[in-house]
Design a protein around this ligand. Structure first.
Ligand code: NAG
Ligand code: NAG
Ligand code: NAG
Ligand code: NAG
Length: 539
């Protein structure tokens, strides 16, 4: 049953999501100042230290891209985003069947594949071999892109060796692996766990410390393969998986996440989530749902810069939190798979500077509204929405994520526009957290503010009291001609790039002169560490 209130919320969300924005005409030439109010005495909430996490799509297996995970360069990039989760899932996960490969490893390969210490993670793949692999991967990219839109829904085998590569990549990168099990293996109406049991047995024998999901976007099973699984049944399937996991000593304390439901575009999705949580909610460690703003096939640059499109996430989060509060109050909620545009992303948008507006705003809004973890689809190996491209070079959203990791702590502060929407229309968006305390170079009580200016004019952030000690990290397109569609990014005017395949550049800010206003140039995003904030919430 849907209550009148949730129906109202649902209707409002639908209207908002389909409404479209028209930019207000630009008025002046001098940066206009928008006043913000920040509450520094106490934090709104604390998110997971793994708040910003990443995903790999199960289609990587089909693309024979798993070998890339042995790349030192990719491990260097992934490691810089730790602590985090590495989710292996997506549509393909419901077509994966485990078959232990009997081919014995050579002892050398074996030690390479199952590292026990971080030392074993060094030199996973000789550079020459890595370069060959990357070359091959890049050559086949066009072919892979062509198939991205009509992924074939055929079963695919995962071997013990593939699991080893996946686990080793996560382990060596300091990421915690979450593996999505196939929920479409069914007998009568129930989940058939026999294949999962073999997979668990294999992972347990290797003492892999990992976590689990079961099924990906179960709300679209009928559309994809003509199988309808009611939420209440999926909840029972999770109970079955929970019992199964606890027959293994290795998995005594393992975690279980689900149901990885699509965003609540339709009421039946909300109903399904409710049913699921009623029968399976108690065995979950967090409730997961997916979110994309737009369709990758027809997304426009205007949408990537639209306050209305960015705000559509607010309603979706409210809808989900409401269901969770009613059925499993207090349970953590994760964006278990999320990116700008579905269908692999939008060409020339999801992989360029402009994608950062959606990504940074999603990180800001989600933390503020009570989402505990946000898992970015994907780290590598998709059509357009990946953080790292086909040559294993970082794209703008990678750099944005890296800077976010370094500067933004887990305590979320409340910052809001003082003069409501007047003259701003939500185009200058500001978020604030305590500064990441692992960044020891910043003082205790420091806060990190991040802002995005969606408009075509520069904007000034009007803030609390004299701020004399502010470090700026301004991100701008790396290529002036390509502008918002640039695939590189500048930090305070310097192009960001890897030093070599094992070394990332030091992320350095720039002190603003004392009393200098905080100007967010048009169409940019930036981080500001306010060193002298002395925020009681952050001490
Ligand atoms: C961004 O800054 C420009 C210049 O001040 C301003 O005109 C525009 O309204 C700002 N954008 C937003 C979204 O506030
Ligand atoms: C397993 O991983 C979790 C998450 O990283 C960690 O908290 C836990 O201590 C690990 N357990 C073991 C036995 O290593
Ligand atoms: C799992 O751990 C609990 C205590 O944390 C213990 O009671 C239980 O016997 C353990 N189960 C297995 C299968 O080791
Ligand atoms: C954040 O601050 C604004 C303005 O002071 C206030 O209206 C709002 O209720 C606060 N939000 C929370 C969650 O405390």
């Amino acid at each position: 049953m849907t209550s009148p209130l949730s129906l109202l919320l649902w209707l409002r969300c639908s209207v908002l999501a389909t409404g479209f924005l028209v930019f207000a005409p630009d008025s002046g030439t001098r940066p206009e100042s928008v006043q913000f109010k920040a509450e520094l005495a106490r934090s709104l909430r604390t998110v997971s230290p793994r708040f910003l996490s990443v995903a790999l799509d199960a289609s990587l297996l089909r693309q024979k891209g798993l070998d890339l995970l042995r790349s030192q360069k990719l491990i260097t990039l992934a490691k810089a985003l730790s602590p985090g989760y590495l989710r292996f899932g997506g549509t393909g996960a419901d077509f994966i069947v485990f078959e232990q490969n009997d081919r014995p490893f050579s002892s050398h390969e074996n030690s390479c594949m199952s590292p026990k210490t971080q030392d074993d993670c060094l030199s996973l793949l000789p550079l020459k071999l890595e370069n060959m692999l990357v070359h091959k991967w890049r050559m086949q990219a066009p072919h892979l892109l062509k198939n991205e839109f009509n992924k074939d829904l055929q079963n695919i085998t995962i071997t013990g060796e593939s699991l080893d590569i996946l686990y080793t990549f996560a382990h060596c990168s300091g990421l915690h692996l979450i593996f999505g099990l196939n929920a479409l293996l069914r007998k009568d109406h129930e989940w058939d766990s026999s294949n999962a049991q073999k997979l668990l047995q294999y992972c347990a024998s290797k003492q892999y410390n990992m976590s689990w999901e079961l099924g990906n976007e179960p709300n679209s099973f009928r559309h994809k393969v003509g199988i309808k699984v009611p939420g209440t049944q999926l909840g029972k399937d999770f109970q079955q998986l929970y019992s199964l996991l606890h027959t293994f000593r290795t998995f005594n304390h393992t975690k279980l996440y689900g149901p990885d439901i699509g965003q609540p575009r339709r009421r039946r999705i909300v109903t399904m989530l409710k049913g699921f949580l009623q029968t399976g909610g108690d065995v979950l460690d967090a409730v997961t749902w997916h979110h994309y703003y737009v369709n990758g096939r027809n997304a426009t640059p205007e949408e990537f810069l639209s306050p209305k499109v960015l705000d559509s996430l607010v309603c979706r989060i409210k809808q989900i939190l409401k269901v969770v509060a009613k059925t499993v109050p207090g349970k953590k909620v994760w964006l278990g798979e999320t990116s700008s545009a579905y269908g692999g992303g939008a060409p020339d948008l999801s992989n360029t500077f402009i994608a950062g507006f959606m990504w940074l705003d999603k990180l800001g809004l989600s933390a503020k509204m009570g989402i505990d973890v946000v898992i970015r689809q994907v780290l590598v190996g998709a059509a357009y929405y990946q953080l790292v491209d086909w040559s294993l070079d970082p794209l703008p959203d990678y750099w944005l994520s890296l800077i976010y990791k370094q500067l933004v702590g887990t305590k979320v502060l409340n910052v809001s526009t003082a003069d409501s929407d007047k003259g701003n229309e939500g185009t200058l968006r500001v978020y604030m957290h305590c500064t990441n305390p692992t960044s020891e170079i910043y003082r205790k009580g420091a806060v990190t503010m991040f802002a995005l200016n969606l408009s075509t004019q520069d904007k000034e952030i009007g803030l609390f009291d004299p701020f004399n000690n502010i470090i700026q990290f301004l991100l701008q397109p790396g290529d002036i001609e390509e502008g918002l569609h640039s695939q590189s990014v500048k930090l305070n005017g310097q192009l960001l790039k890897m030093v070599d395949h094992k070394t990332l550049p030091v992320i350095k800010g720039e002190a603003l002169p004392a009393g200098h206003p905080i100007i967010v140039p048009a169409h940019t995003y930036a981080f500001y560490v306010v060193q002298d904030a002395n925020a009681p919430a952050c001490l």
